[in-house]
Ligand binder design. Structure first.
Ligand code: SAM
Length: 368
């Protein structure tokens, strides 16, 4: 099967059952993820001009690494599978590009060599690669996680085992997953006196993706740990609050309805995205990319998204309150008119962030 993405064209095997059982894995649905990766690599080189080396640690067909090489990155493609590395070689040759191809366990490679930018895009959880990836990264670590059920608390024990945090299955599940992933990555980096700060993160129902910029030193790593904490959430009235620190300080019950609260954590409570970086990445989502429009829209939403640790879904709230939903722009305008900050989020078309609590949202948006 011939696939063209961005400036390259590669061959990938037919994927009989959504990639399961194929000789080498390829997922066309991840084109948006790969387009944003290329745009982020371009933007990151402007931000940090001395960077030049990129490792595609779990390359499969090599499409990500081939695209990086086509954007003048000194690229290494690694995969543990012989068929995958053979296909990486073929796909580089097909595009007249040079890069280093390694058939290796990525953990072995990342323990022995460091790269300016490392990209870990594995099956499921990236955690088995996390320690080596932190040691093999000089500046920017890009991570995908596709195990959304453990991350967001739908598979509770698996989430606890993989991520060393308590996830909860809330109505803001994709953001819960992102913040559980970030917490685990930040704690992994902190073990090596490294601060790992997300400069871009996005989530869909299939995966979470984040770009972590590194800064070295115990003090900055401590500053990152200080941004971990807990979210307390009421499943009944959807009230929530958060507190920073590794020891949870939960109220006894929901202050609005008196019901039991669920606590998740330690999760990352800090920024998941730098708006200026999202804008810079959007400038590099250029027209040869198949998902350029979608990527540009997503990046604009990310850039404008309020920096709060959870979001709401208007439809869920209105259902709870027994009233009809309304146009998102009207709903958000009502919150702003009442003096609150409010923005849409990229987590869904009916989702929003605000500094108002659930009681204030209800009052501010009441039907007139
Ligand atoms: N990044 C690819 C893309 O954008 O199309 C998809 C990668 S696929 C989800 C995961 C790949 O990781 C598979 O090709 C698999 O062989 C490889 N892999 C699994 N364990 C590995 C390991 N320990 N070291 C290196 N590669 C590994």
């Amino acid at each position: 099967m011939r696939v063209s993405e961005g400036r390259v064209s590669v061959t990938v095997p037919e994927q009989p059952d959504a990639g399961k059982g194929a000789d080498v894995f390829f997922n066309p649905v991840q084109e948006l993820n790969r387009d944003i990766t290329v745009a982020a690599l371009r933007a990151y080189r402007e931000r940090t001009p001395r960077v030049s080396t990129y490792l595609d640690a779990t390359a499969a067909s090599g499409i990500r690494g081939v695209r990086a090489a086509a954007n003048d990155w000194e690229t290494t493609l690694c995969d543990i599978d012989d068929d995958a590395t053979a296909l990486c070689e073929e796909n580089l040759a097909r595009n007249d590009l040079a890069a280093s191809v390694r058939r290796s366990d990525a953990n072995v490679l990342m323990h022995s060599e460091a790269f300016d930018v490392v990209d870990v895009d594995p099956f499921g959880t990236p955690i088995p690669f996390a320690d080596a990836a932190v040691q093999g990264t000089k500046h920017l670590l890009c991570v995908t996680a596709t195990d959304t059920a453990p991350l967001c608390g739908a598979h509770f024990e698996s989430g606890v085992r993989s991520y060393g945090a308590v996830p909860r299955n809330t109505e803001f599940h994709a953001e819960m997953g992102m913040r559980v992933l970030l917490s685990a990555m930040v704690r992994t980096a902190a073990r090596y006196d490294i601060a790992a700060r997300p400069i871009l993160s996005h989530a869909t129902k299939h995966y979470a993706r984040t770009y972590l910029e590194f800064d070295h030193g115990a003090k900055v790593a401590n500053d990152c740990i200080d941004e971990l904490g807990h979210v307390h959430h009421c499943q009944h009235c959807l009230w929530r609050d958060h507190d920073r620190g590794l020891i949870a300080d939960a109220p006894d019950a929901c202050p609005v309805c008196g019901e039991h609260l669920q606590t998740a954590g330690p999760i990352w409570l800090g920024r998941t995205c730098e708006p200026e970086f999202a804008d810079a990445v959007a400038d590099h989502a250029t027209e040869e990319m198949g998902t350029a429009d979608e990527a540009t829209d997503l990046l604009a939403t990310l850039s404008a998204e309020l920096d709060t640790p959870t979001h709401y879904d208007q439809h869920r709230l209105c259902k709870r309150w027994g009233r009809g939903a309304e146009a998102m722009d009207t709903f958000i305008e009502k919150l702003r008119d009442a003096g609150y900050e409010a923005s849409r989020t990229h987590y869904g078309g009916t989702t929003f962030k605000t500094d108002a609590d659930v009681v204030e949202i209800r009052e501010a948006t009441a039907e007139s």
